[in-house]
Design a protein. Structure first.
Length: 317
């Protein structure tokens, strides 16, 4: 058995088995169908510093119910991106950059979401840029980072590793993986630097999926960009009609937005049959297929999108 398949079984099988045990705790509206192995959803939930208070109104139960309705087996959740605001507290970040303390969110949303997903047998993967927030010069400076197009400085690697470790240890086994974005330039990262980064990502749960995204499209979606990477980042704006997984030691993965762009509330680009085919082909490859889908400020999916995806997953796959 190769490493990606073994990892797939170690993470997904226990999660699926715990679904039955949690049925008694589930909400009355929970669907009878279990999650579809390999199919997942990504959400770009990115409040700014000016709107972080909205996190209090995020309806976690409605959000988790929507995922269960669509039979998702995993969720990729953004901790933050480039605006310098994160949806979870981080003590290491506040020590390194005291100014960040004033932007602490009013609740630990990933923790609450992780607990709701665990009760439904859905794995949580956290999204985080590989570099400091590029639109926040103050945070970039105190973390010791420069442009993401340049090699990351050693000081930044040490600082960012401590930030990642804080979240990794805070959530422990609630988090099944990390998806790091913007791994555009890793020249000069030493073996000890990778050891810090990879060790931080594995802290709290050593068998996590780890994806490092070097870019979009057929030339980049399957690249291995870090020594500890075990999952393709998978970013693919226009997936082919049929997948042809390239030879790789990484677990196969395709990630694409359901709508015209990441997190954008526009009409769905795909039919239920297209989704059904891609989900089935990813399962055959012992891999993952992830749809990025928009949510509103309260964490609710668009009903039309839920209905579309549900129609693609309710048939036997």
């Amino acid at each position: 058995m190769n490493a990606p398949v073994a990892l797939f079984k170690r993470i997904l099988v226990p999660l699926l088995l715990c679904t039955a045990a949690s049925t008694a705790l589930a909400q009355p509206a929970q669907p009878a169908e279990p999650p579809v192995p390999g199919f997942g959803v990504m959400v770009h939930y990115l409040p700014a510093k000016q709107s972080i208070a909205q996190i209090k109104s995020f309806d976690v139960e409605a959000f988790a119910w929507g995922l269960a309705q669509m039979r998702a087996s995993h969720l990729i959740l953004t901790l933050g991106q480039n605006n310098g605001q994160y949806i979870a507290p981080n003590s290491a970040l506040e020590v390194l950059c005291p100014v960040a303390a004033k932007n602490r969110p009013p609740r630990d949303l990933p923790l609450v979401i992780g607990e709701a997903l665990r009760a439904r047998g859905i794995a949580l993967i956290l999204y985080l840029p590989f570099r400091a927030p590029q639109a926040d010069p103050a945070l970039m400076g105190c973390l010791g980072d420069i442009s993401e197009q340049e090699p990351p400085p050693p000081r930044f690697i040490a600082a960012w590793s401590s930030v990642i470790r804080d979240w990794s240890e805070r959530y422990g086994p609630l988090v099944a993986g990390w998806w790091f974005d913007g791994t555009y330039n890793t020249q000069g990262v030493s073996a000890s630097g990778w050891e810090m980064l990879c060790g931080a990502a594995r802290s709290g749960a050593s068998n996590r999926w780890l994806a490092f995204n070097a870019g979009e499209g057929p030339e980049r979606f399957s690249l291995k960009s870090a020594p500890c990477q075990n999952l393709m980042a998978g970013e693919y704006m226009q997936p082919p009609a049929h997948f042809a997984p390239p030879p790789s030691e990484l677990m196969f993965h395709v990630l694409t937005p359901l709508t015209s762009w990441w997190g954008r509330e526009t009409p769905a680009r795909f039919t239920a049959q297209q989704l059904r085919d891609w989900i089935g082909e990813a399962r055959v490859a012992r891999g993952l297929f992830t749809l990025d889908m928009p949510v509103d400020n309260n964490g609710r999916f668009l009903p039309a999108n839920v209905a579309l995806v549900r129609s693609a997953t309710t048939r036997k796959l």
